[in-house]
Design a protein around this ligand. Sequence first.
Ligand code: CA
Length: 170
Amino acid sequence: MFRHLTSLMIATALVALLGCGGEETPTTPAQPVYVPTPEGMTPPSEADVRNRVSRALSDMRSLATALEAWYIDNRQYPPHLNVLTTPIAYITEIPLDPFNVGEPLAYHREARPGVEGWLLVSRGPDGDSDVDPARDYDGSAPQPTPALAMRIFDPTNGTISDGDVVRWRW
Ligand SMILES: [Ca+2]
């Protein structure tokens, strides 16, 4: 238990120190789109979109801490997110994507000789996947690659614009 808590404390400090990426990057122009909700496809309010983006980023920060703690204990990033909850709870539950009803945030691990990284993706306000990890993320530093940068949601393009909400490790 003490070792696990120590890992979480170290991981929290690492995430804060490294500032694992993913917040403000230019992306594609605004497009009129709708957000899928449990009630159906309804136009979201700007406040709703902002709240969902904030929730996605906050959940990604928590996941980043859990991923780094798991890395400290296992010397690699997990193959999938489910191992973060059991047998040791690095996080209490895997967060859902606020823009993809009922589905968890997407996780991609890059593990090649000399390159280790991870990418977390929310579909963003347009409700569809713009980021393709196999194409846009290679785990190299620095990130984002140009291909990834152009697919990141940026509210300065309009609250309801194309792109995904992402966070990565480098
Ligand atoms: Ca999207």
